[in-house]
Structures are given as C-alpha cells and as structure tokens.
Design a protein around this ligand. Sequence first.
Ligand code: ADP
Ligand code: ASP
Ligand code: MG
Length: 320
Amino acid sequence: MDTIVLKFGGSSVADHEKLKLVANRIINLYNKGNNIVVILSAQGKTTDKLMQEAKELSPITINRELDSLLSSGEQVSIAKLAILLNSMGYKAVSLTGWQAGIYTNNTNQDAVIQYIDTARVLCELKERKIVIIAGFQGVNQNTDITTLGRGGSDTTAVAMAAALKAKNCYIFSDVDGVYTTDPNKVKEAKKLAALSYQEMKEVASEGAKVLHNRCVEIGEKFKIPIITKSTFNNKPGTVISDIIEEDTIKSIIKKDVSRISIVGNGVIRNVSMIQQVLDLIKESKLEMLNFEVSESKISITFKDIIEDAILVKIHNKIFS
Ligand code: ADP
Ligand code: ASP
Ligand code: MG
C-alpha cells in the first residue's frame, strides 16, 4: 500500500464549502487503497489575523507566546476536517505538530525540523485512518510549540513525506502548478510541466510564494517528487523532481520591490535572451544597481521600485 502526502493551503480550506471539496479529494485517493496523510494550513487569512492581533495587544513580541498563538490556526482546520470526514463515514484523526512527532530546534517563528518520530502516525495509518496533521508547527526540546516560518506547511508536508518514505507529496493550492511567473500578476504566464529541484529552489528563494523554499531542499535531499496541483480542478500540475539535463528558461520572479530574477538551467547559455532583457531595461530607462549571473539564475536589482508592468514586459519578451 502506497503512502501519499497531500497538503492543502489556506485558500483551499478557507470555508466549509472548500473543506468539503478537500474532503472529497481525500476520499477519492483513500478509496484507491492508499495510506493518506494530510497536512493542512490555517483557514484563509487566519495566520495574518493572529499576527495582527498579537501586535494590537502589545508592541513587544514574546516569541514563545506568539508561536502558541500562530499555531492555533492549524489546530482549528485539522479538527474541522477530521470532524467532516468522520461525518462522511471515514475514519480520520487530527494531530497537532507535537502529536505527530515533529521535533524542531528552539528558533521561534523560523524553527527547523530536526527529527520526526513517525510512531503515532504509522499506528493510525495501520488502523486505516486518514491522518490529518497541522502544518507549520512542531515542538522543541522544552516541549514548547514552535512555528516554521510563513508558508511553512509546505515544509511540514515534504518532511513528513520523507519521514514516511511516501511515494509522492502533493501540494494543493489555488493555482494549478508553477508558472513562468506569478499568474495572478501576469495573465500571459504559462504553466510548467516540470522543474528540477535546483530550479524550484531558486524560484522559491527568490520569492515565488507557490512553494516554501525549505520544502524543496528536503524533497531534493530525500528524493521525494513534489507535485503542485489545484484543489479546485483536475488539470495536470507541475512535477518537481530530478531532471538530468535541461536547457530552458523556466520562470521570472519579482522579489520585494526592486529585484527581478530569471531562473532556469538554460539561462547561462542563452546570451541572446540576456541581451534582449538588457535592451528592454535600457529602453525602459531603468537604472540597475546590481546584475548577478550564476549557473541557473540571473538577478537584477534596480535602483528604484519596479512596477509589475516591467515584470510583464520582461516575461512576455522571453516567453512569447
Ligand atoms: P497556499 O495558501 O496554498 O499555500 P500560496 O498563496 O502560499 O498558496 O501560494 C500560491 C500563490 O503563489 C499563487 O496564488 C500565486 O499568486 C503565487 N505565485 C507566485 N509565483 C508563482 C509562480 N511562478 N507560479 C505559481 N504561483 C505563483
Ligand atoms: N498558516 C501559515 C501561514 O500562513 C503556514 C502556511 O500556510 O503554510 O504562513
Ligand atoms: Mg503557501
């Protein structure tokens, strides 16, 4: 029997209707005879709201208490999904980070997973239960709750997939894969069928929210294929795995307000593309502060704030 890890992000579990869609997806895969481990984020914008509330209560951050507060969002979503699945006739159990054996270091709000004790999860799977685990959280050696940094549920998912030697790790989101750039900013963005771990690490660390960069490192280390798909349709997603050799440009990312990166194993060999981008920058009268080139990435830092219109122009020049 294969074990499959499925992670659903905040927008996928934002309300009870969406939770029902998620439950049906899970049941479908469970009925095919798989062991199912689900990792959930907090519903919608819950984590942002909790962060804001902590700030309203005090200008001083008490890291231990902030992690207790932030982690509560995931505890709500996992319990809700377990209640729903049980009501639909499926045995499901929700586990917080510590119940699922996720041990981290002591760094609050950016904790690193050090060890996963899979005993409890394996025991529940043996009873054919659907195991639903809170993303984004663990426990440190003092038994205090820690959180893994914003977007950290992706990292929980891939780490759990590695610990359980799962076949795949599916990351379900509001987008149906990784695109040539943020599809919510550039309507011409195209979905990519595949990226190497190396490329995805660059894309994620340059700020494309679609995957937490630490999850890609774990996937690469333990050879877990990561498949990003939409919660809301059945279109094929993007597979992140080992690709032996490829020679294309994959994605463009705008980080913060003044940095643009172009990623792909083919970047360094594509001199004409580099020239076209430089010409476009000159035409647009933009001043560059820094131009870095590496094996699979070009990053440009501009002097001033870069509008999304420039991202659109560069994207369309490269991918048209
Ligand atoms: P979730 O809540 O499911 O974890 P996130 O909001 O963290 O989802 O990540 C999905 C978002 O990532 C998309 O809505 C999209 O706007 C953004 N994004 C940025 N760059 C890309 C890209 N290259 N491909 C796909 N999505 C991207
Ligand atoms: N709920 C957390 C956040 O909003 C973790 C996650 O969604 O991955 O950052
Ligand atoms: Mg996310």
